[in-house]
Design a protein around this ligand. Structure first.
Ligand code: DGY
Length: 347
């Protein structure tokens, strides 16, 4: 699909993206935009090489693609200067290879903070209150009437939410759980989450002034402290060598037997096979997963676990956010491209 065929700069998008604003932004700025219409969900390196061709000024890619030396050197040869990842995470991008080839890299932070945090909160509630199990039970025609033991789950109020990685998304999630469900906070991060701490302190004072039990917060010295103490644990680190299999058998073993674990960051942060074993051995332990170690697959056994809620990497999937991500992805291409070709500073 080609937009503005006479545009001076050739920009390629490996996927069609939501909304029209991103298309207008590029075409209004003298770009000829080519949107790949290959129906394959995931494009291979060879597919993308063909898209880059002999001439490509900038390209918008997806988190499912492997952006390394091969693609960046091809983009350089094609005269390109900009690669824009339509995602906040960029573990699929070899930034050093991009630097070596003089390609600027963009990502899309900010517009997906609340949407992703809301999905993590949804997974928390779904897992804690066994929503998916109960839904399947209803649809299977098994409901015979109210029973004292039917789908008993965990109450969140007054429990402790543990956040690992208190950046933008982790902090937004923490605020939702604290304000929405009056949970106490324990978090682990290399950096101090000062704004989050101030929020919990102020909210605790507000509750106290209104005669309610105040919420509390604690910055944990180690990740293990969070795993041991929290009733709900949500993972929000970036994926890199240091966070690969952050949740391993030893760390699973120190969590509470009835804890809820949520992951809307990146799949390889959890050793998924170890998680399946843990779920089998601990039926009251529950997980909510948006991401998986080998997407689009789940490790054997996970699909059979009733104590797991699984959704297909949809944390940022709200209309507003996806249109915002597309817009930001286009702006990033323009920013890099205009700077290098016209010597202009956009921002
Ligand atoms: C991201 O942006 O990194 C998410 O995983 C998809 O929105």
């Amino acid at each position: 699909e080609v937009w503005n065929p006479s545009g001076k700069y050739r920009v390629v998008s490996t996927k069609s993206m939501p909304g029209a604003r991103w298309i207008r932004l590029l075409t209004d700025n003298d770009c000829r935009l080519e949107i790949c219409t290959d129906p394959k969900t995931i494009l291979s390196v060879d597919d993308i090489l063909a898209l880059i061709g002999d001439r490509c000024d900038g390209i918008i890619g997806q988190l499912t693609e492997d952006w390394g030396e091969v693609l960046f050197s091809a983009l350089k040869r094609a005269g390109g200067t900009a690669f824009s990842n339509m995602a906040v995470g960029y573990n699929n991008v070899d930034v050093e290879a991009a630097n070596r080839n003089g390609i600027a890299v963009g990502n899309t932070p900010g517009v997906l903070t609340e949407t992703t945090a809301e999905l993590a909160a949804s997974l928390t509630l779904s897992a804690a209150r066994r929503i998916v199990e109960a839904d399947q039970f209803m649809r299977a025609g098994l409901y015979e009437g109210w029973l004292p033991h039917l789908f008993v789950g965990n109450l969140l109020k007054g429990q402790t939410v543990g956040v690992i990685g208190a950046g933008r998304i982790g902090s937004a999630y923490a605020r939702m759980m604290i304000e929405g469900f009056k949970m106490n906070l324990i978090y682990y991060d290399l950096y101090q989450a000062t704004r989050l701490e101030k929020f919990v302190t102020a909210y605790g004072q507000f509750l106290k002034a209104n005669g309610e039990q105040p919420v509390t917060w604690k910055r944990a010295a180690t990740m293990e402290d969070v795993l041991r103490e929290a009733d709900v644990i949500s993972l929000h680190p970036v994926l890199d060598k240091t966070t690969y299999h952050l949740i391993n058998p030893e760390r699973l073993a120190i969590m509470k037997k009835e804890a809820v674990l949520v992951n809307a960051s990146r799949g390889p942060v959890i050793d998924e096979l170890a998680l399946v074993e843990h779920l089998k051995a601990n039926p009251m332990f529950r997980v909510g997963l948006d991401v998986f170690e080998d997407e689009p697959y789940m490790k054997p056994g996970l699909a059979d676990m009733k104590n797991a809620v699984v959704v297909p990497h949809i944390a940022s999937a709200s209309k507003w956010t996806r249109e915002g991500m597309a817009t930001l992805a286009a702006l990033n291409v323009l920013a890099c491209h205009l700077q290098s070709f016209r010597g202009q500073q956009l921002i």
